[in-house]
Ligand binder design. Structure first.
Ligand SMILES: Cc1ncc(COP(=O)(O)O)c(C=O)c1O
Length: 361
């Protein structure tokens, strides 16, 4: 597919303070756009980032056909930007699209759009270690029609945003609380899709958790409120003894790309790895028995985020300070080492984009 490229004549990059980046607040000069109409994707275009205009009757606003992805690009050297596992993000985008009756996108189009956008906006990829260019592909129903049915028209965008570390606490531990009042996803719902509506529904419980002094909600299963599922934007891991345990994907948990990377590395390090059902009681018992060595979350935004405290039904476990982190830190270093191109990448997780080649061909 041919991508039309219109470059901005006024870059905003000089206005950006790269030493004080707030997550998701500033956006690079360009964005990718294409439209699904009459059964095919057309009008692929890279153009200056800016407002888009739609009718109030646009279907996504009413019936929720809206999905997105979240991935990152890392500065490797002056000629190379590393995308991390873009093919996996592409697959998950298409899986989300299928669940929401939205059109899929060819891998070649997705990758070509990413490469061209990065080649154009490579200066927006922060050079500081730990910082990255966050990439947000998004798709929504754009037909103008008030009827609870499948839209015939969609828009797809890729926007990018230079970011520092996600959590304001930095690499310090986060605190989690369960809730018996709310659920994130039920079996048969859209939990394993990256559907915008999943996040809308999780805002109120997240605010309540924060009001009670916790960083995020630790979601339990919708039926019994018994099994641990995941955190707001992270999958959850428990290091019990030498075994790395994480909830299995059962349709309600988002299949995280970072989760997959953690599992692969843990297996390579010859640790026991278990993807299975895990009750919140087991987590507390494991702590009581002195077996719970570490708890951490894994996700694109935070990469790895250690958990220092879990609250459930009036009980709280606090992980000893010296127990917070060594494994999480090792995992963080290993994954970021691969992302920035400082370590070998035997799985070819990084997708290098060369930025010296001319883009406007
Ligand atoms: C609900 C949820 N779980 C887990 C994750 C982690 O997934 P990934 O590692 O692909 O970023 C995310 C972030 O995308 C998320 O939104």
């Amino acid at each position: 597919m041919n991508i039309k490229i219109t470059q901005t004549d006024q870059s905003r990059i000089s206005e950006i303070d790269f030493n004080n980046l707030q997550f998701g607040r500033v956006f690079s000069d360009h964005m990718f756009e294409m439209v699904y109409r009459d059964g095919k994707w057309v009008d692929a275009e890279i153009k200056p980032y800016g407002p888009i205009t739609f009718d109030p009757s646009m279907m996504a606003l009413h019936y929720g056909q809206a999905i997105f992805e979240g991935m990152k690009a890392y500065y490797a050297d002056d000629e190379t930007i590393n995308l991390f596992r873009p093919m996996d993000h592409h697959k998950r985008l298409n899986n989300s699209a299928k669940r929401l009756c939205m059109p899929e996108i060819d891998e070649s189009v997705f990758i070509d759009a990413l490469e061209k956008l990065l080649q154009l906006d490579y200066k927006w990829v922060p050079k500081t270690h730990g910082h990255a260019l966050y990439i947000r592909p998004l798709m929504f129903a754009s037909e103008e029609y008030i009827a609870a049915t499948v839209s015939k028209e969609y828009h797809f965008y890729i926007i990018t945003s230079p970011v520092a570390a996600y959590y304001k606490e930095g690499f310090n531990p986060v605190s989690l609380t369960t809730t018996n009042e709310y659920v994130r996803a039920a079996k048969g719902g859209t939990g394993e899709a990256k559907a915008a509506g999943n996040y809308g529904g999780s805002l109120l419980p997240a605010i309540k958790a924060q009001e009670e002094g916790y960083t995020q909600v630790l979601w339990l299963d919708a039926k019994e409120h018994k099994y641990v599922e995941e955190v707001g934007t992270m999958n959850i891991f428990f290091l019990m003894g030498d075994t790395v345990v994480t909830p299995e994907l059962g349709g309600t948990v988002l299949p995280g790309i970072t989760r997959r990377s953690v599992l692969a590395l843990a297996k390579e390090w010859n640790l026991n790895v278990e993807e299975r059902k895990i009750t919140i009681e087991e987590v507390f018992e494991s702590h009581e028995n002195g077996e719970l060595n570490e708890v951490f979350g894994a996700g694109t935004a935070a990469v790895i985020s250690p958990v220092g405290l879990i609250h459930h039904n009036g009980k709280t476990i606090t992980l000893d300070q010296e127990k917070i982190g060594p494994f999480a830190k090792k995992m963080f270093d290993a994954i970021t080492g691969i992302q920035y191109g400082n370590q070998t990448d035997p799985h070819s997780w990084t997708h290098p984009v060369k930025v010296s080649s001319a883009v406007l061909s």
